[in-house]
Ligand binder design. Structure first.
Ligand code: SF4
Ligand code: SF4
Length: 439
């Protein structure tokens, strides 16, 4: 039998050997000089004295038989997951109104619209119709805004509706909410959990108190940080399985203050069990950023550097989970599948979160949505993979980038991993070594 190195291996020369990582299965090892020489010398693979070494590499799928085509297998799963899913996703926007006046949102000129009873009724009809057609095993719902908690009663109403349908049609139901956290009091968490089956909330913090409050404030510049952190703390103390995901938006203005934020969050109760933190770039396209003098945004590549050089060491310092390898996925954006609809507060249907609250780019309306509408098909038949993507090692952790950006620019918008995964692996390995752990 003949063998080859797995296409998704990342090889990083390190000390007198090599760090070897497989992007698909996340196996990660340090090879000493002897193992590195074996791995790099195909002639040695077929020597019977090395049988056990070859078996070790094969068990970890760093070396695979020539009868396996790991690239086309990934592509098959990519397309299969896009077209054949047993999971339906709905994002529901009960209102685009918001109690905050954050400049980066407000400047986009989003209109404040709240779902009317008529739109709610038609939304429910559309949802039930889709459940009958798709016969899903699971339905996942996300409440989004605006600030969805301004319309808590509407969320509870939808929650009761989904629970009833799950009994009727026999699917499992799960729900989460994306909120600014200001109204997420203990009682609200309990209502969301008990009545609407919501089990996690994503809350945004843009830095420590002063920085956050200068960017995410109420009308009249009222402060928000302290109340949000108190709400998070109280939610974590509740004796229910409710997870808080703190999202930190990072740009040049807050990147040097993340330490204070993590220090504060490290004091929260139950944080190992029920608190997750992740960092998102407030990014823009490289070309545009380069054209704008003094842009506060990072390019994807720059954010990748910040993540490796600043964020990972801080996560370790404050005892958060830092050994995070990029998740592999087959469907990176529900917009290009038939399985995800974003139902905006006016009843229009969107395929991308960035289009919520905007008039343009609707693909239909709850009262007249059709799968065969040209606007729907423009998304669902969009080819997200260029030839370069199909031959790219990073495809399993990138998915070809954001389809909407690709539709607009015709270019690949590569995820930060492409630029920094090797450095991230070295950093994680070094931090683990400091802890006396082996890779
Ligand atoms: S921003 Fe891109 S990846 Fe995100 S929902 Fe919109 S199209 Fe999908
Ligand atoms: S967008 Fe870039 S990183 Fe992603 S798969 Fe395509 S070429 Fe690779």
């Amino acid at each position: 039998m003949k063998f080859h190195k797995n296409f998704y291996n990342l090889e990083i020369p390190y000390k007198d050997g090599m760090l070897l990582y497989n992007i698909l299965n996340q196996n990660f090892v340090f090879l000493n000089r002897e193992y590195t020489e074996f791995y790099n010398n195909e002639g040695k693979w077929y020597n019977s004295a090395n049988e056990s070494k070859l078996k070790e590499f094969m068990d970890a799928e760093f070396i695979v038989p020539d009868s396996i085509d790991e690239r086309n297998a990934y592509l098959k799963n990519f397309y299969f997951s896009r077209w054949f899913s047993k999971k339906l996703l709905f994002t529901i926007v009960p209102t685009t109104a918001c109690n905050f006046r954050c400049p980066y949102c407000f400047e986009q000129g989003i209109k404040y619209v709240t779902m009317t009873d008529g739109v709610i009724k038609k939304t429910k009809n559309l949802i039930e119709e889709r459940i009958k057609i798709f016969k899903p095993q699971s339905v996942s719902v996300s409440y989004y805004g605006g600030e969805p908690l301004l319309e808590l009663n509407k969320i509870l109403e939808f929650g009761r509706f989904f629970k009833r349908l799950s009994m009727l049609y026999g699917f499992t139901y799960s729900a989460d909410i994306v909120t600014n956290g200001y109204l997420l009091s203990e009682n609200v968490v309990l209502e969301l959990y008990n009545e609407a089956g919501v089990t996690s909330a994503q809350v945004t913090l843009d830095g420590p108190e002063d920085i956050h409050d200068s960017r995410r404030f109420l009308q009249g510049k009222g402060r928000t940080f302290r109340k949000i952190v108190t709400n998070i703390k109280n939610a974590l103390l509740l004796d229910i399985n409710f997870v808080i995901r703190v999202r930190v938006n990072v740009d040049r203005t807050n990147v040097n203050h993340l330490k204070e934020l993590l220090m504060e969050l490290s004091q929260l109760p139950q944080r190992k069990k029920k608190l997750e933190i992740y960092f998102s770039p407030v990014t823009g396209e490289k070309d545009k950023i380069e054209q704008e003098e003094n842009s506060i945004l990072f390019t994807e590549e720059e954010f990748g550097r910040v993540y490796v050089d600043k964020i990972i060491p801080l996560l370790k310092k404050y005892d958060f989970h830092y050994e995070r390898y990029p998740d592999i996925s087959y469907v990176f954006c529900g917009g290009i599948t038939p399985y995800h609809l974003i139902i905006d507060s006016d009843g229009s249907i969107k395929k991308c979160f960035d289009l919520v609250g905007r008039d343009e780019e609707s693909v239909g309306h709850v009262e007249s949505y059709r799968e065969d509408d040209v606007k729907v098909l423009r998304w669902e038949l969009f080819e997200p993979l260029s030839e370069e993507c199909k031959n790219c090692k990073f495809l399993p952790v990138c998915g070809g980038g954001c389809p909407y950006k690709k539709m607009q620019t015709g270019k690949n918008v590569c995820e930060p991993w492409r630029y920094v995964l090797k450095d991230l692996l070295i950093k994680i390995y070094e931090l683990k070594e400091e802890n006396g752990e082996k890779g």
